[in-house]
Design a protein around this ligand. Structure first.
Ligand SMILES: Cc1ncc(COP(=O)(O)O)c(C=O)c1O
Length: 370
């Protein structure tokens, strides 16, 4: 059996007619940049997240950048975040001239450990930027308690967590602002680059709306030096269609995750446990294994494609060498990056495929250990 890591073509097969009609409409209206579909998507996504405002932009990275600008984070400031994330989280901090201050993860969750945050706060800390990694909400109770105590705003990196819940609420509405990515492989993926900022704060929304389009406040009236971070009309049209299916796709992701858990019970793999306060949307299903690279190669030989998120933590990337963090600085993150393996997970996957992946994983882990 062959199991791809993910399969966007299979998803497209079910949406083709609807998407073709929507793209035709955008062309007929010549609404290529922003436009009606993007405006409608903003409203629909805000409703979905349970927030007052959504501003659509051209990537999750841009949304993070604008969120930090909106909070007034400046050169010389510090922003606390996790090193167990995609590079973009830290890059956005660097874009505004601030310094990423890393706090190690809780190995049980793979997310930032709130217990490490408080001791990293200094007079220069201007924001806390937790990531809801793999679609799993970070420990928001712990983070928000500390943030409130020190009066420091929180920006959520929700780029992997569309629709994930913490308590009764969806992520994207816990911090002062949140960033989402619609990169094609995300749970809600565009057919190109895309992102959004969500917030309940009308002033932040207004500022960011202006910044995404060259700082314009009205046509050719530029109040700020802004950016070209606008969303394409095509992406708005596609995201509106896909948003209608997201609930069903997420439920199927959760089903596959439950199947993996059942089939891997007792195997020599470590799985992240679900937080009772939260509902993961399983952007990824990761396991931790010894001899990860050998397991990955062996699985490939059995027709199972896997991926690694992420092979090297941000603090050990050459780009951040100037921060001076060596190996051993954030041991939980480093161990996670050495062992993590992402299994195939996409809504169109069959139970038989998931069972096969679990069976092959169980076998290869035993073989590579003996
Ligand atoms: C955790 C995280 N943050 C930020 C980003 C950046 O999003 P984008 O690729 O849309 O710029 C991504 C997406 O890859 C991500 O996974």
């Amino acid at each position: 059996m062959k199991v791809p890591y993910f399969d966007l073509k299979a998803q497209y097969d079910g949406l083709r007619g609807e998407i073709a009609a929507a793209l035709d409409r955008v062309c007929r209206d010549a609404a290529f940049i922003l436009g009606e579909d993007v405006a409608k998507f903003e409203k629909e996504f805000a409703t979905f997240c349970g927030v007052k405002h959504c501003v659509a932009v051209n990537s999750g990275t841009s949304a993070l950048h604008l969120a930090l600008l909106a909070l007034g984070v400046k050169p010389g400031d510090e922003v606390i975040t996790t090193p167990n994330t995609f590079m973009a989280t830290a890059e956005a901090i660097s874009y505004v001239g601030a310094r990423p201050v890393f706090v190690d993860i809780d190995p049980a969750s793979a997310n930032i450990d709130p217990r490490g945050i408080e001791q990293s706060i200094t007079g220069r800390t201007k924001a806390i930027l937790p990531v809801h990694l793999y679609g799993r909400p970070a420990d928001l109770d712990g983070i928000l308690t500390i943030a409130d105590r020190h009066n420091i705003p929180v920006v959520e990196d929700a780029c992997q967590a569309h629709g994930a819940r913490y308590g009764e609420k969806r992520v994207g509405g816990f911090g002062r602002a949140a960033a989402f990515s619609f990169y094609p492989g995300k749970n809600l993926g565009a057919y190109g680059e895309g992102g959004a900022l969500t917030t309940d704060d009308g002033r932040i929304a207004e500022f960011v709306r202006s910044l995404r389009s060259h700082g314009e406040t009205s046509r050719y009236s530029h109040e700020y030096i802004g950016y070209n971070y606008r969303m394409d009309g095509f992406q708005g049209a596609i995201l509106r269609i896909k948003l209608k299916h997201l609930g069903r796709w997420t439920a199927r992701r959760q089903e596959i995750a439950a199947l993996y858990r059942k089939e891997l019970a007792g195997a020599r793999v470590v799985m992240l446990q679900d937080d009772a306060r939260a509902e993961s949307v399983y952007h990824l299903f990761v396991v931790y294994v010894a001899n990860r690279d050998r397991v990955k190669t062996a699985l490939e030989a059995h027709g199972v494609e896997t991926a690694i998120h992420y092979p090297r933590p941000v603090h050990l990337q050459k780009a951040y060498a100037s921060l001076g963090h060596g190996r051993g600085s954030f041991p939980n993150t480093e161990l996670a990056c050495d062992r993590v393996l992402s299994l195939p997970l996409f809504p169109e996957m069959t139970d038989e495929q998931a069972e096969y992946v679990a069976r092959m994983l169980r076998r290869t882990v035993e073989e590579t250990e003996s």
